[in-house]
Design a protein around this ligand. Sequence first.
Ligand SMILES: Nc1ncnc2c1ncn2[C@@H]1O[C@H](COP(=O)(O)OP(=O)(O)OP(=O)(O)O)[C@@H](O)[C@H]1O
Ligand SMILES: [Mg+2]
Length: 254
Amino acid sequence: MPEPSSPRLAVDRLSHVYPTAEGALQVLENISFTVQPQEFVCVVGPSGCGKSTLLKLLAGLFPPSEGTLFFEGAPLAGPSRRIGLVFQKANLMPWRTALANVRLPLELAGVPAADADARAQAALLRVGLAGFEHSLPRDLSGGMEQRVALARALAQDPDLLLLDEPFGALDALNRERLGAELLRLWEARRITVVMVTHSIPEALLLSDRVLALTPRPGQVRLALDVPLPRPRRLEMEHSPEFGELARRLRAAIS
Ligand SMILES: Nc1ncnc2c1ncn2[C@@H]1O[C@H](COP(=O)(O)OP(=O)(O)OP(=O)(O)O)[C@@H](O)[C@H]1O
Ligand SMILES: [Mg+2]
């Protein structure tokens, strides 16, 4: 009999407290969930409830105050090349071209130059930036910069992709367009994603499951399965099923 597939990520009773000048600030409390390979999970919740902190913990940037994190069956001990992280701001090196920005982590990982170039080119193509390889960040729009940041994470071929409001700084139209592109990208080659977003429609359109957190300290108030059929389309937002899921999510975070 085949083994049941083990989760890519298992979060068990995770809590986090920041020491501050005013004393201990508890931001996350008793968070448990798992993410299966090829699953797309979104995290929504009120501002300041600890979403970015949760993502940084999942990236191994620092250890949680309590609880455990398992990545591919082993305790997560620190940052891993197999985990890609994209923040709200692209954080590109201003003096490097788009291609050179995408290539940088590969260079640091010791990938031979020709290989790194080919992988960076392919990643830029996947995010729709063919022809902009040699542009500097200052010559790119905000949406294009975010695509470069996404390409930089994709080029590393991560087993887990963490996205922290990757379209948060964009205007509504650009945001919708990039959301639709991410959806296509993901449906073509399913990678395991955990994405933080403020947008309920974006979460429902993209994900298999949405975790709704309470105000700080963030706890999981609702883990909502999204049984909408794939491939998904923007028009699905107008279906009664979508509306009902949105209503449940809104109720959970209001
Ligand atoms: N390094 C830190 N030291 C102390 N407090 C911090 C630190 N980072 C975040 N905080 C505080 O922890 C709380 C949660 O922050 P976090 O950035 O995780 O929230 P968030 O849910 O991502 O918010 P937003 O939706 O606004 O992005 C906030 O009150 C924030 O001020
Ligand atoms: Mg945040």
